[in-house]
Design a protein around this ligand. Structure first.
Ligand SMILES: *[C@@H]1O[C@H](CO)[C@@H](O)[C@H](O)[C@H]1NC(C)=O
Ligand SMILES: *[C@@H]1O[C@H](CO)[C@@H](O)[C@H](O)[C@H]1NC(C)=O
Ligand SMILES: *[C@@H]1O[C@H](CO)[C@@H](O)[C@H](O)[C@H]1NC(C)=O
Ligand SMILES: *[C@@H]1O[C@H](CO)[C@@H](O)[C@H](O)[C@H]1NC(C)=O
Length: 485
């Protein structure tokens, strides 16, 4: 452990009487955790298995949303934007960590030129932006690795936060004179700073790509995030933090993610038939639970547990849960199946297709229809249905794909042999995620109707006594608060 804090006040604190109205309370702190991959169904399975877990204890005084859906697509990047902007890809412009924009240019480090040639380029915000992605901390984002675009006649490198079209919870909280801290898996999570670039007092972004893709190594990686959570509770910052303003105490909003469950799902998954957790997945869940125990103990020790609203959710689920549904199809089959020139395809358990010429869309859709069996296609979304279903209009928005392919549940367009599950797609296994909000003053309540994780964003602001409508996406998409708030 990098940090350890002597706690003089361990032990139970008296908690206030739970009441239905206590959600009107203003909290001093909101702690938000994404357990990446954690399905809604996993929560019930886990607490059945571990009735004395910290997660089970947190749920005793929590509002739990059992029918909560993350963004579609359900990639980590738009899933994160749901939580911290209150908006979906058509509003945020954040579709995927690796996708395309019709008005962008490739990075200087790729082409040796600045915005030359016809526009239209891959926009990747992942480990490929780092100075050196084989190191946990290589100094963050190398601007020469950033995609470029022309603004006011000038070619500029576009940081992730500049790609985002609307403000974030962190910006609103920071602008109110409060402090914020966030940790996630790449320096590219700079995106949460928001368009101003000023949202985070402290960012902490060890590079996950520097770590082998095993549960054990990912747990060791997640320990860095846990170290940061414990440090922040104590008003400290771990080494290698990106600091805008030094913490004066516990930040008003702090959070981040856990990666171990996602890696366990992708590599080991669920037991065929029973769909119980495999030992690796249970180990990852136990690790996350033990981490929550440390966080709760640190909050109690600091005597701020009663003042802290704890949000536990997930940027994304993972599909399929049932391993018998898994089927791998080469993403290389997509372009020939479309039969027209493509600019770019984002392929996971979804395919986002950008055409060289939008005029080819009828031909491409006809051709893809003829390959439904080969590509195991469930749905092809294009034309007016893109707008109708809330994805936006590819003729007006350079970030919106011309065609979205939704494959059948369990199909992954990948060349990898390592993965048995993936996320990014539109299935319930991808999107129906854990979501509960805990504080000792809350009366245990289950809300079982459909909600969106984008409702987390305005709820964080409301909990802190700030205006939820300060978030542009909340106004644009009319995003409501979560029930109970
Ligand atoms: C949970 O805790 C109770 C009380 O401490 C104990 O009796 C019980 O055996 C525990 N259950 C499990 C599954 O550990
Ligand atoms: C591209 O822009 C960078 C500054 O971002 C500059 O250092 C470099 O000389 C430019 N290169 C060309 C070929 O224009
Ligand atoms: C990246 O870091 C690794 C590990 O420190 C080192 O071996 C490698 O040379 C570095 N690569 C570059 C291009 O600097
Ligand atoms: C498709 O791309 C090829 C190679 O770049 C090009 O020669 C051809 O003209 C393109 N076809 C159409 C219809 O744009």
């Amino acid at each position: 452990m990098q940090f350890s804090y002597l706690c003089l006040f361990l032990g139970a604190l008296a908690s206030g009487q739970a009441s239905a109205r206590s959600s009107q309370k203003v909290y001093k702190y909101v702690a938000t955790f994404s357990v990446d991959g954690l399905h809604s169904s996993d929560v019930g399975k886990y607490t059945a298995r571990r009735p004395n877990s910290t997660i089970a204890q947190l749920l005793e005084t929590a509002y739990r949303y059992t029918d909560a859906f993350t963004s579609g697509p359900s990639d980590s990047f738009p899933g994160t934007m749901n939580l911290y902007t209150g908006g979906s890809p058509r509003t945020t412009g954040i579709w995927y960590d690796d996708t395309y924009d019709r008005t962008y240019y490739l990075p200087y480090s790729t082409t040796g030129t600045n915005c030359s040639g016809p526009p239209g380029a891959e926009v990747a915000y992942d480990e490929s932006k780092d100075y050196n992605s084989t190191e946990l901390f290589s100094g963050g984002i190398d601007p020469q690795n950033l995609p470029q675009t022309i603004i006011n006649g000038k070619c500029v490198n576009v940081y992730p936060h500049q790609r985002l079209r609307v403000n974030t919870v962190f910006e609103v909280v920071h602008a109110a004179g409060l402090q914020t801290a966030y940790t996630d898996k790449h320096p590219s999570y700079d995106v949460v700073r928001g368009p101003s670039g000023k949202g985070l007092s402290v960012g902490y972004f060890p590079e996950i790509a520097a770590v082998p893709v095993t549960v054990k190594d990912t747990i060791a990686y997640d320990e860095l995030h846990v170290g940061a959570f414990l440090a922040w509770i104590n008003g400290k910052t771990p080494a290698h933090s990106e600091i805008q303003d030094e913490l004066k105490g516990t930040p008003s909003v702090f959070g981040g993610n856990f990666q171990a469950v996602s890696v366990a799902q992708k590599t080991k998954g669920y037991v065929p038939g029973s769909l119980d957790f495999t030992p690796d997945l249970l180990q990852a869940l136990d690790f996350v639970d033990a981490s929550f125990a440390k966080i709760v103990a640190a909050l109690k020790c600091k005597r701020i547990y009663d003042d802290t609203l704890i949000v536990v959710t997930a940027k994304h689920g993972q599909a399929p849960i049932d391993p018998s549904l898994y089927q791998k199809i080469s993403p290389k089959l997509i372009a020939p199946a479309a039969g027209v020139n493509l600019s770019f395809v984002t392929a996971d358990d979804i395919a986002l297709i950008f055409l060289e010429n939008h005029a080819d869309v009828d031909t491409a859709v006809d051709n893809l229809n003829g390959k439904r069996d080969e590509l195991r296609i469930q749905d092809i979304i294009s034309h007016e249905r893109l707008t109708y279903l809330g994805y936006g209009d590819p003729l007006k928005d350079p970030a919106v794909p011309d065609i979205i392919i939704r494959p059948e549940l369990g199909v992954i367009y990948t060349g990898s042999t390592a993965k048995i599950a993936e996320h990014g797609g539109l299935s319930d296994d991808d999107r129906k995620v854990a979501c509960f909000i805990s504080n000792p003053s809350l009366k245990k309540t289950i809300y079982d109707h459909k909600v969106s994780t984008k409702q987390v964003a305005p709820t964080i602001l409301k909990a802190l006594g700030l205006n939820p409508k300060a978030l542009k996406a909340v106004v644009l998409e009319d995003t409501g608060l979560l029930d109970g708030f």
